[in-house]
Design a binder for this molecule. Structure first.
Ligand code: HEC
Ligand code: HEC
Length: 426
């Protein structure tokens, strides 16, 4: 037995040395591409194990939350920051050359002042998208195919860039958690507030899930959002979105020089893994600890802002199989307490931009509650970026938020100022 063991170990060692010798040697000078490996579910606790929830990691520090190792995280971030050119398949119509061109401040993955343009037509009963889709691409690789808003499309809006930091935690929220938040709101607000959740398709599974990403909750998974963004922001097709966009509804094939799909799906996996590995936006700890910020936090809850701007949510338990089993919640994302100051639900607060995306007609005048984490990094606020102070953004709320805003206005000026100091700490 013992001899057999020694022989087999020797065989393994030999095989290993042999494989090293014949391993292909790469002489490419291109930047190190990340490896496409799936996150091992086996190292996670079994799904039955309930762990006591702990705080999610939050920092603007370019360090992984643990979902991938730091070297993989940096390589994935490199792909998210990579500038694509015509030879990579960018365009023919597009908005920018890299994800990080818009998702950038203060670190890669956050937001920026960059907005997008959407348009369509409302005849009083039905909404019709602008020809070629409601997104009007701001750039093109040839002047002949530049998109612009055509006559008869009087519904127009800007959309500010949202942050993706901490979105792995958001993806790991169980559908039922969001549904429970929605169901509790009427009782918390005398029936005035009723967040709407919508079921949206996941491109990688064909299944449906509660939407949570984007101003209209148009996606539920980060792979789906990445495929959507790669096509609609950069004009790069992938297995989940294999067809190029049009220019105002006209085909642009003759301006496209790379065979579709331009990405074989690898980049989508890297984008999703990068986003899942980001830490949540952190508080300004020093400001948050001041008596004024703490008093402001209490008023924020007391007047009812926190009915929509929910302060704490716990992610699904470790081992949960989400997104049709394609996303196993591991210990880095599972049972984590996050403080998004948002409910990821749609509301009519009187600012609705009139655009219908995945949610159908009932969502036309609704928007997702803006998660307020990272608020201090954004000088332009609301979906269109047109509110330029926090006070302006608050006073723009109406509709479902009417009573809460009156409660806020009824505070003493010093108390309102404390709410603003608290918001500045987010
Ligand atoms: C031209 C600017 C721009 C580029 C380039 C861009 N994005 Fe975005 N991103 C946006 C805007 C604007 C939104 C909000 C869109 C909306 O809801 O209407 C957004 C939203 C998102 C969200 C949803 C975040 C949330 O929590 O709501 C994800 C995820 C995302 N982008 C990923 C990507 C990825 C991955 C890439 C690169 C393939 C990318 N984006 C490229 C502007 C951009
Ligand atoms: C009925 C739900 C609801 C209530 C109540 C509510 N909000 Fe909002 N809040 C929203 C929605 C929805 C948006 C996004 C609206 C838009 O973009 O047009 C938003 C956006 C904001 C923004 C802009 C954030 C950004 O990043 O652009 C701030 C600031 C804000 N709310 C603060 C408050 C404060 C303070 C209160 C309490 C006085 C409050 N909200 C009450 C739903 C609500």
């Amino acid at each position: 037995m013992k001899r057999f063991k020694i022989i087999s170990i020797a065989c393994f060692v030999l095989l290993f040395v042999w494989s090293l010798k014949f391993a292909p040697v790469s002489n490419s000078q291109s930047p190190v591409k990340p490896e496409r490996k799936t996150i091992p579910a086996s190292s996670d606790a079994p799904s039955t194990e309930r762990v006591v929830p702990t705080e999610a990691l939050a920092a603007f520090d370019n360090v992984t939350n643990g979902f991938s190792d730091q070297a993989t995280f940096q390589a994935d971030r490199g792909v998210f920051e990579e500038r694509e050119g015509i030879e990579d398949g960018i365009g023919p119509v597009y908005n920018a050359q890299s994800c990080a061109e818009c998702h950038q401040s203060p670190i890669t993955g956050a937001g920026s002042q960059i907005t997008e343009l959407r348009a369509g037509h409302f005849d009083g009963a039905t909404f019709t998208e602008h020809p070629g889709g409601s997104l009007i691409n701001d750039r093109s690789t040839n002047a002949d195919i530049q998109e612009y808003i055509m006559g008869g499309n009087e519904v127009r809006t800007f959309r500010a860039t949202t942050s993706v930091l901490g979105d792995g935690y958001v993806e790991a929220i169980d559908d039922n958690t969001l549904i429970a938040i929605a169901n509790a709101q009427p009782g918390q607000s005398g029936g005035q507030i009723a967040g709407q959740y919508i079921m949206v398709p996941m491109l990688e599974t064909g299944g449906m899930r509660v939407g949570r990403f984007g101003w209209k909750d148009q996606h539920a998974s980060l792979v789906s959002f990445a495929a959507d963004a790669y096509l609609n922001e950069m004009g790069i097709t992938s297995p989940y979105m294999p067809d190029e966009n049009t220019s105002n509804g006209m085909p642009v094939m003759e301006y496209d020089y790379v065979a579709d799909p331009e990405d074989d799906g690898d980049d989508l996996a890297f984008f999703a893994r990068f986003m899942r590995s980001t830490k949540a936006p952190p508080r300004d700890a020093a400001l948050a600890a001041t008596p004024n910020a703490q008093a402001g936090a209490a008023f924020f809850n007391q007047v009812g802002c926190s009915i929509c701007h929910v302060t704490s949510i716990t992610t699904a338990p470790v081992g949960s199989a989400l997104n049709g089993g394609t996303f196993i919640v591991n210990k880095w994302l599972g049972s984590k307490i996050i403080h998004p100051f948002g409910d990821f639900l749609l509301h009519d607060v009187g600012t609705g931009d009139g655009i219908v995306q995945n949610g159908g007609f009932s969502t036309r005048t609704k928007l997702r509650t803006a998660p307020l984490w990272g608020l201090r990094t954004r000088p332009r606020l609301m979906h269109d970026g047109l509110s330029t102070t926090v006070s302006d953004a608050i006073m723009r709320h109406a509709g479902e938020a009417t009573t809460v805003i009156s409660n806020y206005q009824a505070l003493e000026p010093t108390q309102r100022n404390q709410v603003l100091i608290f918001l500045r700490s987010l």
